[in-house]
Design a protein around this ligand. Structure first.
Ligand SMILES: [Mg+2]
Length: 400
């Protein structure tokens, strides 16, 4: 079998309300959908945050390769020159190859990756301070009490047993008060996480530690920037420390272990270079005594299917997986959205990732992307600014 063509389409799907994070606001999620064609007529699906132009340029040299040769393909893409080592491209193309492998053999992707160790992945309620939306009528979430109610609504709707607050948005004391309000509202049995996205100084993080230890966190994610600062905070708390910012590749892992900077890595099938690389990290992290969780980079349905198929095969992935997905208004796959039930998401059954594109929706959200109605304010920060509600604002990290 040979790869004959790599087709891409950029789509933008709006969210229910503008989501605030330390670096700006998400008003819609933009993803590049990959359709990899073969000489046997099989089309494999992938999804990534890399642009269509990047995927097409870096994907060209794998035309003619056998999609089963995942290591060959990753080396061709990643070792053309140092600038070609973009894991977002290699991962999206690897996902399309695995989908082809599944469709060619009639097997679900989880079987190709070693089989299901559990039936489903646990999912976390990802909570954001947000602006109100005129389009959907969704109200603002701006205060500790509003966030506690919002989190309780998500727990009721989807059965989440883990709740994460995206911090680094309001001042640190208000965010800790938000965690206290969430604990009060949700009770002792829900696992709580706080992720200030490295917007705090070491001094602020250490000052907040006693209150957060009283709240009780499953883990304290990236309060400060960089491994040395994380190690300093980690020495001052009983809380487990996690990251998706100071360890994002195998190259960064050795020092983090050496200086004891972290307890948990939020892995990611895109940033780590593909599902096979996340599987490798599962083994390496376990060997190093580091726990695993999974990061979300604003996925659509193909991405959620990838996370579920990959996650159920990973021994170390017992923690709930982050997903922005429940904030979306729609998706581009056929059938129901891949929303969690009873707090878990099972991998869709069927060959490969088990999902099919709804071509009408792909066209709808391709047009919306092309129209620029929902500008990606984060990417187009030079013209729009990272937060349309705060003209002239730009993030300074650390902020508190
Ligand atoms: Mg994070």
């Amino acid at each position: 079998m040979k790869i004959t063509k790599i087709e891409t389409v950029e789509v933008t799907v709006p969210v229910q309300a503008p989501l605030r994070f330390a670096y700006g606001v998400h008003i819609a999620f933009t993803r590049t959908i990959i359709k990899m064609h073969t000489d046997e007529g099989i089309v494999g699906l992938g999804e990534t945050a890399a642009s269509a132009a990047q995927v097409e340029a870096l994907g060209k040299p794998i035309i003619g390769q056998n999609p089963f040769d995942l290591d060959v393909i990753r080396n061709i893409i990643g070792n053309r020159f140092y600038w070609s080592r973009d894991p977002l491209v290699a991962s999206g193309l690897e996902m399309a190859c695995i989908d082809i492998m599944g469709k060619a053999t009639g097997m679900p992707a989880y079987r190709l990756m070693g089989g299901k160790l559990r039936d489903a992945i646990n999912m976390a309620a990802y909570c954001f301070y947000r602006y109100p939306s005129e389009e959907t009528g969704a109200p603002a979430v701006s205060t500790p009490d509003e966030m506690a109610s919002h989190a309780a609504d998500l727990v009721d709707a989807f059965g989440f047993r883990t709740v994460k607050l995206k911090g680094g948005v309001l001042d640190a004391r208000t965010e800790v008060a938000t965690m206290e309000a969430m604990r009060g509202r949700l009770g002792p049995d829900i696992r709580l996480r706080l992720d200030p996205q490295s917007a705090w100084t070491v001094e602020t993080a250490i000052e907040m530690v006693p209150r957060l230890e009283t709240v009780g966190l499953e883990y304290f994610e990236d309060p400060v920037a960089g491994q040395p600062n994380m190690a300093t905070v980690r020495q001052r708390t009983k809380l487990a420390m996690s990251t998706n910012m100071c360890v994002t590749s195998f190259d960064e892992l050795g020092q983090a272990v050496q200086i004891r900077a972290i307890d948990v890595i939020l892995t990611d099938p895109w940033y780590w270079g593909g599902p096979t690389q996340v599987k490798t990290l599962d083994t390496v992290a376990r060997t190093m005594g580091i726990g695993l969780s999974m990061h979300s980079g604003i996925e659509l349905g193909i991405g959620m299917a990838v996370m579920a198929h990959t996650g159920v095969t990973m021994i170390g992935l017992t923690a709930a997986v982050d997903a922005h997905y429940h904030h979306l208004t729609d998706d581009i796959i056929k059938g129901d959205m891949l929303l969690p039930k009873d707090g878990v998401l099972a991998p869709p059954e069927g060959p490969g990732w088990g999902v099919e594109l709804d071509e009408d929706k792909v066209e709808k959200y391709r047009e919306i992307h092309a129209s620029g109605i929902y500008r990606n304010v984060y990417v187009e920060a030079n013209t729009v600014g990272p937060d349309p509600n705060r003209p002239g604002w730009f993030p300074i990290i650390p902020a508190w």
